[in-house]
Design a protein around this ligand. Structure first.
Ligand code: G6Q
Length: 546
């Protein structure tokens, strides 16, 4: 029996009616009508303070959204995920990134086996290896200590480590170089290695499947580079390559000793894997203790999601607010705007987390949805974004809900500069909410013809997150918050947030096309006329160059 369509549920219809009644209400009216709104519509947890008062919501909105969550089984599905049920239905897998940060004494069963001890066994091996490299005990083939670490991976096997390295650079070893190679464009590899000494370089090849074209190609390029620079002795590979994968067979085939392999499990989705051995480069950079602090931050948010009451449950609130704008206001995007330079890759990381998870057009039972799913997430750090795309948020014709993220203390205090940064954050959320009226514009002596251009309508919704400072623990909590917000949204839409068949299609198609570009003789092309012509044009240019 299939569940009633989302739009025909009583809870959805109640929300639609409520939206119609609220449509004309402005944030200014909501604030004028409740002097305490700015301190009342806030929630706290795991060191994060969320002010959600500048959203187009009332207490009724939130109550109705919570009722929708209940009716759609969000809480039961959450408990099923934590229990290890196979909630990734199309891949018949458990979804247990939460087990990657579970304390040693926890028990989480997958097919009757407690997976927590395996998780800690790998973490301990990662820690021992990281300590050795950081202490200069793990030496390269020629006996030199390792000073450079290059992580090779793509998608879920890259974006987390890149983001975490940038975010936690303050805590990283400054006498070591960390780089990341992901693109199959040879430029990525060449630029990452051009100034490095192979004798001091360690490659961490990260691939869950160990069959991904980009990663394997770059790993082979790395192997060739290494051997060429180090005199061609195959024995060098053991000292300069480690692998992170679930596929021991392919790792061995590549030539990496499985003693130098760090494993994980099929119940860890790529985009949820930065806490697994995929985070080895993060651990090498910040050390095992700080890495464990980060895991503790993730875990604390897991616990909060599991047990905080719905009214103050941060991921639930975030997920419900996202649904409200996406499905009732028709907002197509969410901007994430960290006021922290270290978080410059955070929006890119979130793009995969949110859009690969919830970019789905059918429900779990395979029916085409008749409501919008996954919004587009995007963003850049403030204040830079203020000098470019914020214009559209302030005065454009689209509603763009924004998440602002700021910290009380800078990790690099420099005079009053942090105050300037935060003044900008607060000013932006205020301006977006309340704008500038024609009267205010006129009062500044603006000529009448210019008034409409200078008016900012306001009523642009924002969330503001404040935390003490950017620590590994805070970063973990922040990421887990978004992971679970994505979960809440997917659960309400009844979609599989944990598969990625669109990504799989891309992987297959490119593999088919490669021989057609490289064939010495003219291949028979059976694509559409556009693709055929593009291939022919490319082949002709390449043949001429040869
Ligand atoms: C993540 C996706 C995808 C994946 C990459 C790399 O959820 O499935 O981004 O992480 O395609 O895959 P491998 O780790 O198998 O190389």
């Amino acid at each position: 029996m299939s569940a009633p369509s989302l739009r025909s549920t009583a809870e959805w219809r109640a929300l639609a009616r409520h939206w119609r009644s609220l449509r004309g209400t402005t944030l200014k009216q909501l604030f004028d009508g409740d002097a305490k709104r700015g301190t009342r519509l806030v929630a706290k947890g795991v060191g994060l303070y969320l002010d959600y008062s500048k959203n187009l919501v009332t207490d009724d909105t939130l109550r109705l959204l919570r009722q929708l969550a209940k009716a759609r089984g969000v809480f039961a599905r959450r408990d099923a995920m934590f229990r290890g049920d196979k909630i990734n239905e199309t891949e018949k897998r458990a979804v247990l990134h939460v087990a990657l940060r579970a304390p040693r004494n926890e028990r989480i069963l997958v097919d009757g086996t407690n997976v927590v001890p395996e998780v800690h066994e790998v973490l301990d091996r990662m820690a021992a290896f990281s300590e050795k490299v950081r202490a200069g005990e793990w030496r390269g083939h020629s006996g030199k200590r390792i000073r450079n670490v290059i992580s090779i991976g793509i998608g879920g096997s890259d974006l987390g480590p890149v983001m975490a390295y940038e975010a936690l650079k303050h805590y990283s070893r400054r006498d070591m170089t960390f780089r990341f190679v992901s693109n199959v464009d040879p430029t990525d590899f060449v630029e990452a290695t051009r100034d490095l000494d192979a004798a001091e370089t360690l490659f961490v090849v990260c691939s869950k499947t160990f069959t991904t074209l980009e990663t394997l190609t770059n790993a082979h390029a790395a192997r060739d580079w290494c051997l060429q620079k180090l005199g061609g002795n195959e024995a060098a590979v053991a000292k300069h390559f480690v692998a992170v994968s679930t596929n021991a067979k392919e790792v061995e085939k590549f030539g990496i000793d499985t003693a130098n392999m760090f494993g994980f499990w099929d119940w860890v989705g790529g985009r949820y894997s930065m806490d697994s051995a995929i985070g080895l480069s993060t651990m090498l950079a910040i050390g095992p203790e700080a890495f464990r602090d980060m895991l503790a931050g993730f875990h604390a948010m897991d616990e909060h999601f599991k047990s905080a009451p719905p009214e103050s449950n941060l991921p639930l609130l975030m997920g419900l607010i996202a649904i409200w704008y996406n499905d009732f206001f028709g907002a197509q995007t969410v901007a994430v705007l960290p006021y922290a330079q270290y978080l410059k890759r955070f929006p890119a990381y979130l793009q995969q987390l949110t859009m690969e998870s919830n970019g789905k057009h059918v429900t779990l039972s395979g029916e085409h949805v008749d409501y919008a799913t996954g919004p587009i997430y995007w963003g850049e750090p403030g204040t830079n974004g203020q000098h470019s795309f914020y214009q559209l948020i302030h005065q454009g014709t689209r509603l763009i809900p924004c998440d602002f993220i700021g910290f009380m203390h800078s990790l690099n205090p420099l005079g009053g500069q942090h105050d300037l940064l935060m003044a900008n954050l607060f000013a932006q959320t205020e301006a977006l909410a309340f704008g500038k009226t024609p009267e205010q514009v006129r009062a500044e002596g603006t000529p009448e013809w210019l008034v409409p251009h200078r008016v900012c309508e306001g009523n642009r919704p924002t969330n503001t997150f404040l935390a003490d400072s950017l620590t590994p623990h805070t970063l973990g909590a922040l990421i887990a918050l978004y992971e679970h917000s994505v979960f809440v949204q997917g659960a309400i839409w009844h979609i599989d947030s944990f598969d990625q068949w669109g990504v799989e299609l891309g992987k297959q198609l490119a593999n088919k096309l490669i021989p057609q570009l490289q064939d010495q003789n003219d291949p028979d092309l059976e694509h559409d006329s556009s693709t055929n012509a593009l291939i022919r044009r490319y082949r002709a240019a390449r043949t001429e160059a040869r």
